[in-house]
Structures are given as C-alpha cells and as structure tokens.
Design a protein around this ligand. Structure first.
Ligand SMILES: *Cc1c(COP(=O)(O)O)cnc(C)c1O
Length: 397
C-alpha cells in the first residue's frame, strides 16, 4: 500500500488519511469547486497535458477534494487505488467498460441490486458481454457457471433483501484458478465491517450514496483495487466518458467517512437488538439477520464480517396485506427504499425494489409477499420497536 498511514488503525485512517490543505491553513478539507485549473505559462500547460508533469487540468479528470476522498477510501479498504464516480452504478459501469471486452463472460450473483441486473442484461449485452446468474450461496453453481471466456465474478454480500452471504475467500480462489477477477459490491457492510480485498477479492465497488454518506444527502460511488486495473483502466473510462464524482459530493463523503466506524457500530447494535426483538413477536414468521443463531450462515458472517450489519428483513404471516399494514402503521420510520441513513427506513421489497421481477422469479429468489426490510438508523431502539409494535399488534386478534 502506498498511502499515508500504512500502519494506522482504521479509525485513524478514517479521519487522518488524504489531507488536503491550502496555505490558508484550514483544518477541515477545502472544497475545490472549480471545473478547470490555471497554468503559469504555456510550457506548464503543455507538460500537464502530455503527462510529463503531474497536476490538475480539468475536474472531469482530477480534483483535489475528490482525490482526498479517493485516498481515504482506498486506505480504509486497504487498496492501492480508488476512483470515485458519480454514482454506485457508474462505478459498476466503469469497472465493466475498463476491464471487459466484447466476448467476455461474467458470472454474477442473482441477488444483486436491480439496476446492476438491468445494466448487464439490457446494456452491456449490446456490447457482447454475456452474463450467467447464480445463487449467491451455492458454491457449486458458481464453479459450474465458469466458461473459458469468464473474466469477472460479481457479487454483493450480504445481499438485498434476504441478507444472504457469499463466501468471498472461496469465490476469490475460484476466480483466480480460472484467470478471472472477483468484484465485491461492499455497500451493505462498508470497510468498517468487511474488507473484501483482504479476503482475496480484486475489486471493491461502492455506492457511497448509502453508508459512506450516512445521512442520505448525495449520490456517488467508487471502485477500489490495484493501481493498474483501477488507477489506470477504470480511471481511464471515468476521465474520458465523464461519470466523475462532483467535488461537493466528495466533500460530503469525506465527512461521512470520518464517522463511518462509529455509525456502523451503532447501526449493527440497533439491528441486532431489533432482530432479537422481532424473533419474539407474534405474527413474525421469520427474521433474516446474520447475527442471529437462526441464520444459516452465521459462521461465515463471523469469519468475514466484524459485525452482522445494519439491515434486518423479516416475514410476517398474512402476506402482502399484513406487510403493508405493518408498514402503514408506522409514524416515525421512513417508507423509502434507500438505506444507510441515520433515519430508519422500511420497505416492502416485493412491490418496490423487486416489483419488476415476475412472481415466479420473486418466489425463486425467496422474496415473499410478507417480507419487510428495515435499514436500522440511529434513533433509540425502543422508539423503533414501538413504531413497529403498533402494526404487528394488528396481525393477531
Ligand atoms: C444503491 C446501490 C447501488 C447503486 O448505487 P447508486 O449510488 O444508487 O448508483 C449498487 N449496489 C448496491 C448494493 C446498492 O445498494
């Protein structure tokens, strides 16, 4: 790792790596809202453009505030390079454009973000990139899907909305035995809980929109990995095609990273308490949370995550009608599909995030009509429980 503070603790990195200070001596990182940069003379301009001299040219290419965010996130993930992007989806697109070519094959978990599936199926397919979907937790299916053309394995762990896990170390090993790369969308855990590169993954993808921001303000994303693939190949796509991160958003994310570790601990603490409480509620048929003994992958969660995460899903008896009743009875929780916010959010996956799937595909994915997903925020846990208890009480006479 060629970053400052190689030997620093995670929390020190989160607040100290990526300093960026002007001669004014400001303590907080400056926000460079500039589209371009001025050269001292024509020779300097020529040297910057030719690459003979390092330095900024234009903010589609580089910006000091964006660079500070990239440096800090790379340090937190333990990667050599980080490239920030305008959104999490732009990070996935740039990764595929930078590292894949026509004729290449991708093996992808079936349980990935909906737009990721659309990106592969509707758009990247037009450029000759072929995708096979497999069940996240089915090791044999991953191995069986690999072909001589496979270049990339892609997954999210834990998955949305059922909070299933993929075994990062085992899949990295599988990918490498076949000359492929492993990319992990680390949105749900963040580097505070899980560092895929340390487990053998080659690339980490982020939607910074979620926990990295942490307060639901900005859209952004990032790719972390080695200097050649990320620092050159993915960066090349961003600087050329232009889904670069806005410096303003980078500044917000820099502030978000400073409290990431503290927030994630609290999200996890609240989620565990809520999951245990839900398990004891009448009308709740099942709770999905990897910190519970009832979760079939609890051991794997303990191995690859430092805590079980901030998202809990549960199934109520009575299908859609009952699930909607619980959701509509809340007065404080936000009914929204976003997650990773200080405010607790509640959503009905079958009719929102996963509403476009056919009923058969949804059933196959295990997303029932009674399923509710909660991204636990930082409110008092008793208040969250009270808000849910009102609706749950109506499920039984
Ligand atoms: C939100 C999300 C994305 C997409 O990120 P955007 O910032 O909305 O483009 C990708 N993966 C996961 C797991 C997400 O939750």
């Amino acid at each position: 790792m060629a970053i400052d503070g190689d030997d620093w603790d995670f929390r020190t990195r989160a607040v100290r790596v990526g300093p960026c200070r002007t001669p004014e001596g400001e303590h907080s990182e400056p926000l460079f809202l500039t589209s371009s940069y001025v050269f001292r003379n024509a020779a300097e301009a020529a040297a910057r453009f030719s690459g003979a001299e390092p330095g900024n040219i234009y903010s589609r290419f580089t910006n000091p505030t964006v660079r500070a965010f990239e440096t800090r996130l790379a340090a937190l993930e333990g990667g050599e390079s980080c490239v920030a992007t305008a959104s999490g989806m732009a990070a996935i697109l740039a990764t595929c454009m930078g590292l894949l070519a026509s004729g290449d094959h991708v093996v992808c978990s079936r349980s990935v973000f909906g737009s990721t599936v659309i990106l592969f199926d509707r758009y990247l397919s037009k450029f000759g990139i072929d995708v096979t979907y497999v069940d996240l937790a089915d090791a044999a299916a991953w191995a069986a899907a690999i072909t001589p053309a496979t270049r990339l394995l892609f997954l999210e762990t834990p998955s949305n909305p059922l909070i299933e896990l993929g075994d990062i170390a085992a899949l990295a090993d599988l990918a490498h035995r076949h000359g492929a790369l492993l990319a992990v969308d680390n949105c749900f855990c963040t580097p505070a809980l899980q560092r895929p590169l340390e487990l053998g993954a080659d690339l980490v993808i982020h939607s910074a929109t979620k926990y990295l921001d942490g307060q639901g303000r900005c859209i952004g994303g990032a790719v972390v990995g080695d200097r050649k693939r990320v620092g050159e190949d993915v960066f090349g796509v961003i600087r050329t095609a232009g889904p670069s991160l806005s410096p303003f958003n980078a500044w917000v994310f820099l502030k978000g990273l400073e409290t990431l570790d503290l927030r994630m601990r609290e999200h996890c603490r609240g989620a565990l308490a809520l999951a245990r409480w839900l398990e004891g509620q009448r009308g709740v048929a099942r709770v999905h949370y990897p910190g519970l003994d009832s979760h079939p992958q609890k051991r794997l969660a303990e191995r690859q995550q430092s805590a079980a995460g901030g998202i809990v899903a549960f199934e109520v008896e009575g299908g859609r009608e009952a699930a909607w009743r619980v959701i509509d009875a809340t007065r404080m929780l936000s009914i929204t599909a976003n997650l990773g916010d200080v405010r607790t959010t509640i959503t009905h996956p079958a009719t929102t995030t996963h509403g476009r799937l056919s009923p058969e595909d949804r059933a196959r994915a295990g997303i029932g009509e009674g399923l509710i997903r909660i991204a636990v925020g930082l409110e008092g846990i008793a208040d969250i429980q009270a808000d849910l208890a009102r609706g749950l009480a109506t499920l039984h006479g």
